[in-house]
Write a protein that binds this ligand. Structure first.
Ligand code: SF4
Length: 250
């Protein structure tokens, strides 16, 4: 097995041993709880777990209240992020176990994220907004390299890139077309936007939203009438509505 594969397999084994060790430690502490030191350790673990539970529960409550009142709770921003980070994989796993389609769960996550971003009402100057869209929106037969420079689009109207260029121009926002997560991250690092309107499929959007951390991202789903990653489309009015949600004075 080569080094790259050894690393992941090694980490899998280490994780399993870690879980086994944690379970054995809990068993030992409970089995010998008459020892004073074990009682102290159990109490510390219980307090830490209780604290984490309270913060995550507070984060979930803040998410629900923010959505219902359309108003952010800035003091609980960190708790909301923690709740998302800790529980997102669990929620997806649980949903799948209950027979809920993965894409449906991701769509729900994106909708919750968009509501929270809107509730924050932290508007930014249009020039600091980035429109990040996937390469698959471009007509598959178009020869122009728009990922290198969006200025290469001839605005022939065969795909929605023309409309997106015009939309970005109207708002003086930066439009970037990415072929994947790596290029998207590179664009974010280069442009340093203060807000992003991202267009993508459920999977890429939810990953991107989690990746960007504190940066506000409003996600717009593309439609795939010809199957995934090929001549996809996006509703321009939804993109413009997302831009208005982030831009100052709109
Ligand atoms: S609108 Fe731009 S990207 Fe789309 S097919 Fe025409 S030149 Fe290519």
């Amino acid at each position: 097995m080569d080094t790259r594969k050894r690393l992941y397999v090694g980490l899998l084994v280490a994780s399993l041993l870690f879980l086994l060790g944690a379970a054995a430690a809990v068993w030992y502490l409970v089995a010998y709880r008459e020892l004073a030191v074990n009682r102290v350790i159990l109490a510390v673990v219980a307090v830490a777990m209780g604290g984490l539970f309270m913060v995550v529960a507070g984060g979930i409550l803040a998410i629900v209240l923010s959505i219902l009142r359309c108003e952010a709770i800035p003091s609980l921003d960190g708790a909301m992020r923690l709740a998302n980070q800790v529980l997102f994989p669990v929620a997806v796993f649980l949903g799948k176990a209950l027979g809920i389609e993965r894409e449906q769960i991701l769509r729900s996550f994106i909708a919750v994220n968009n509501s929270l971003v809107r509730a924050r009402k932290r508007f930014i100057p249009p020039r600091q907004l980035m429109l990040l869209v996937p390469h698959c929106l471009q007509d598959a037969d178009c020869p122009h390299k728009i990922t290198v420079d969006i200025g290469n689009c001839k605005k022939c109207g065969k795909c929605c890139i023309k409309d997106l260029v015009e939309l970005a121009d109207r708002y003086h926002a930066t439009l970037k077309v990415a072929t994947g997560g790596t290029l998207a991250r590179k664009f974010v690092a280069e442009v340093k936007p203060r807000g992003i309107v991202a267009v993508a499929c459920e999977r890429d959007l939810s990953l991107g939203i989690q990746d960007t951390g504190v940066l506000p991202v409003v996600g717009v789903l593309n439609s795939r009438p010809h199957g995934p990653c090929f001549n996809t489309q996006v509703a321009l009015e939804q993109v413009e509505e997302a831009v208005r949600a982030l831009v100052k004075g709109e």
